[in-house]
Write a protein that binds this ligand. Structure first.
Ligand code: G1P
Length: 277
């Protein structure tokens, strides 16, 4: 039902300098797998097979990652190392990757708008911010959970989690009524509110299902917080004119845009995988 997923990946990753000086932050590995591959696998697990990546200057390693490397294949052919490429080979075989560039840093709303040529304007689509690494060890991935919910509500959906009230300034924050367990009808959304001015401590994380009318709304949305076009503001407008659902996802999210979150994710996957070695 939802076959396309967008990956905004044009940001500079300044919190990881100097590592991200010449390398996209989306290519930082958690163990041996780059962040963006975790996101692509989550999207595949949710049934998507068209991955639309919004890149920028200095991001060519992402394009190369999702393509065959003939030299490498030739080099390791017949050796035990070949199996290290099994997963990425399977991804390349099963998915189509499309790319466009966001040539100015004008915000997440602008990045998603640039992605309309990749997802079209007819169907709902997913959005994954790869630096939010999500896992749900005993069940369905977060995007898959959201797609199940989409089949019931048929509207845009954001994934949310409760955060420390002192951290609201790092996120889009929602206000809404709980209409079923963990599901909220959104009435208001604020991008990175000041502590004390936030409508709640329910924070949006980097997983969205968007209905294609969002593109018309973004077109009319003015620059907001930090002078950038915020997807939060466009969603707030969509919520006023129709319906937006916020969903408290099952699982765990690591903020791999921060060093602490990145180390936590690394430790988590290390513990998970060390017995399989
Ligand atoms: C973006 C969104 C914000 C959301 C966050 C989730 O912010 O603008 O609403 O809560 O992702 O990670 P960023 O972290 O890119 O500044």
């Amino acid at each position: 039902m939802i076959s396309r997923c967008l990956f905004p990946a044009a940001g500079y990753g300044t919190r990881f300098l100097p590592a991200t000086k010449a390398m996209p932050k989306e290519m930082l590995p958690v163990l041996t797998k780059p962040l963006i591959q975790y996101g692509v696998e989550e999207a595949m697990d949710a049934g998507c097979d068209v991955m639309g990546i919004i890149t920028g200057r200095g991001k060519r390693a992402i394009t190369d990652h999702f393509d065959v490397s003939y030299e490498l294949e030739h080099q390791i052919k017949g050796s035990k190392k070949e199996e290290l490429l099994d997963d990425i080979r399977d991804i390349i075989k099963r998915c189509t990757f499309t790319y466009t560039r966001q040539n100015e840093m004008k915000g997440l709303g602008d990045a998603i708008y640039k992605g309309r040529v990749l997802v079209g304007e007819q169907e709902p689509f997913g959005v994954i911010l790869a630096d939010d690494l999500c896992v749900n060890s005993n069940g369905e991935g977060v995007l898959k959970q959201m797609i199940s919910l989409y089949s019931k509500y048929k509207c845009s959906i954001v994934a949310i989690m409760e955060v420390d009230p002192n951290d609201v300034g790092k996120y889009g924050i929602i206000e809404g009524n709980e209409i079923e367990n963990g599901v909220y009808m959104v009435s208001n959304m604020v991008e990175k509110p000041d502590v004390g001015n936030a409508p709640s401590n329910l924070a949006v994380i980097g997983r969205y299902i968007l209905t294609p009318d969002i593109f018309d709304v973004i077109k009319e949305t003015k620059a907001g917080k930090n002078g950038e076009l915020q997807i939060t503001d466009a969603l707030c407008e969509q919520a006023k004119n129709g319906m937006v659902i916020a969903y408290k996802f099952q699982g765990q999210r690591f903020d791999c845009g921060s060093v602490d979150g990145f180390v936590d994710a690394t430790n988590y996957f290390y513990e998970l995988n060390k017995d399989n070695k």
